[in-house]
Design a protein around this ligand. Structure first.
Ligand SMILES: NC(=O)c1ccc[n+]([C@@H]2O[C@H](COP(=O)([O-])OP(=O)(O)OC[C@H]3O[C@@H](n4cnc5c(N)ncnc54)[C@H](OP(=O)(O)O)[C@@H]3O)[C@@H](O)[C@H]2O)c1
Length: 347
C-alpha cells in the first residue's frame, strides 16, 4: 500500500483510510476489531472516526465507535502503528446528546471534546483532529448552494484555531483538518493560521465519488495551491455505487435499514438511475461496480487518501483489492460521458 504525506504535516498515511462509522451500529465490537486487524494486515495505517459516531446518530450509541477503537488499541498494542483521525462535531441543534445541543467550535467545547475522545480512544494523543463541519453557515450535507438567508451567529475561525494551537502545544493533537468545507473556508483557515501563527490545516475531508465531484469545482485548485490533502469520504455513495440498489431496490444495506429522511441526497431518483449507468459501464468492462467506483477515487491526483467503509470483511476485502484496478482511457471516457449527462446527482 502506498503512503503519502498529508499536507504540510508530518503524518504519513496510507492511500486507503479505514472509515469506522458503522462500528457500534451495524457492526459489533468483535466485528470492528476484525476489520481493524484486517486493514492493518493489508497495509492500511490510517483510521478515521468521530465523536459523533456511529451513524445513524443516536443518544444511546454516541461514542461507541471511538470506544471500540479504544478497546482494540488496548488489546492490540498497535497505537504507534496507526495514524488516528477523529472529529469534533459542529453545531447540531438536533443532537441534544452532544453538549446539550449547544455545540459549537468554541474553545470550551473543543477542549471538552478532545478530552472525551482521548478517554474513549484510550490514548493520550490524536494524530489528526478534524472539525466535522463548519461553525458558520455553509452549504453542506446535500445543500447545493450557499444561502445568505441562513446566516447565524458562529464561532470565529480565529478562536477555533487558537484552541487547536493550545492543544497541539499540549501534545494532545498532532495536526488538524477540516471537513465538509468550502473553498472560502480552506483559504480562510490558511490565512488565519498564518496571521496567528497557529497550526495549518493538513487535510479536508469532503464527500467525493462518481456521483458527487463537486470538489473539482474550485476546491481542487485551492487545495493544490495551499497543499491541503483531500480525504475522500463516501466513495461508494452510501452503497449506491455498488449497484446493489439498482439491482434490487430492497437490497439489504444502510439505505434500506435507515429512514430515507436521514440521507436524502443518496436516495434521489436521479442517483439511483445514475448508479445503474455506472454499474452497467463497469460490468460491460469486466469490473464490479464497486471496483469501478473505488478505482476512480484511488486514482485521482487530488485524493490524498480514500476513506472506505464496510459492514463485513468480504466487503472490506473487495474494497481494498480494488486498489489494484487500473482504469483504461476508454473507461475514463465512459465515466466522463455519464458525468456530463448526469452531473453530481448526489451533491
Ligand atoms: N466527514 C463526514 O461528514 C463524513 C460523512 C460520511 C462518511 N465519513 C467517513 O467516511 C467513511 C466511509 O464513508 P461511507 O461509509 O459513507 O462510505 P461508502 O463507501 O459510501 O459506503 C460504505 C457502505 O457501503 C456498503 N458497502 C461497502 N463496500 C461494499 C461492497 N464491496 N459491496 C456491497 N456493499 C458495500 C456498506 O454498507 P451496507 O452493508 O450497509 O450496504 C458500507 O458500510 C466513514 O466511516 C467515515 O469515517 C465522513
Amino acid at each position: 500500500m502506498q503512503t503519502t504525506h498529508l499536507g504540510n504535516s508530518d503524518l504519513k498515511v496510507s492511500k486507503i483510510c479505514l472509515g469506522t462509522m458503522t462500528f457500534g451500529e451495524q457492526n459489533t465490537e468483535a466485528e470492528a476489531h476484525s476489520q481493524l486487524d484486517y486493514a492493518l494486515e493489508r497495509g492500511i495505517n490510517f483510521i478515521d472516526t468521530a465523536e459523533m459516531y456511529p451513524v445513524m446518530p443516536r443518544a444511546e450509541t454516541q461514542g461507541k465507535t471511538e470506544q471500540y477503537i479504544g478497546s482494540w488499541l488496548k488489546k492490540s498494542g498497535k497505537r504507534r502503528d496507526i495514524i488516528l483521525a477523529t472529529k469534533v462535531a459542529g453545531p447540531a441543534r438536533g443532537m441534544q446528546w452532544i453538549r446539550q445541543g449547544q455545540n459549537d467550535l468554541n474553545a470550551a467545547n473543543i477542549r471538552a471534546a478532545v478530552d472525551a475522545s482521548l478517554k474513549r480512544l484510550q490514548t493520550d494523543y490524536i494524530d489528526l483532529y478534524q472539525l466535522h463541519w463548519p461553525s458558520r453557515n455553509a452549504p453542506i450535507f446535500g445543500q447545493k448552494q450557499f444561502d445568505p438567508a441562513l446566516e447565524r451567529p458562529h464561532t470565529a475561525i480565529a478562536e477555533t484555531l487558537s484552541v487547536l494551537d493550545e492543544l497541539v502545544k499540549a501534545g494532545k493533537i498532532r495536526a488538524i483538518g477540516v471537513s465538509n468545507e468550502t473553498s472560502w473556508g480552506v483559504s480562510e483557515f490558511i490565512h488565519q493560521a498564518e496571521k496567528l501563527q497557529a497550526p495549518r490545516i493538513a487535510s479536508i475531508q469532503n464527500a467525493y465519488h462518481l456521483m458527487n465531484r463537486a470538489f473539482e469545482q474550485g476546491l481542487d485548485e485551492t487545495c493544490f495551491r495551499d497543499n491541503v490533502g483531500l480525504l475522500a469520504y463516501s466513495p461508494l455513495a452510501f452503497g449506491q455505487l455498488t449497484g446493489k440498489y439498482a439491482d434490487d431496490l430492497n437490497a439489504h444495506g444502510r439505505l434500506t435499514l435507515f429512514p430515507p429522511s436521514w440521507s436524502p441526497r443518496y436516495t434521489r431518483p436521479l442517483v439511483l438511475e445514475t448508479a445503474k449507468r455506472y454499474a452497467d459501464l463497469a460490468r460491460a468492462n469486466g469490473l464490479t461496480p464497486t471496483q469501478l467506483a473505488l478505482a476512480w477515487c484511488y486514482s485521482r491526483w487530488f485524493v490524498a487518501s480514500t476513506i472506505i467503509g464496510a459492514t463485513s470483511l468480504k466487503q472490506l476485502k473487495e474494497n481494498i483489492d480494488a486498489y489494484e484496478v487500473k482504469l483504461s482511457d476508454e473507461l475514463i471516457a465512459g465515466i466522463e460521458k455519464i458525468h456530463a449527462e448526469s452531473h453530481n446527482p448526489a451533491q
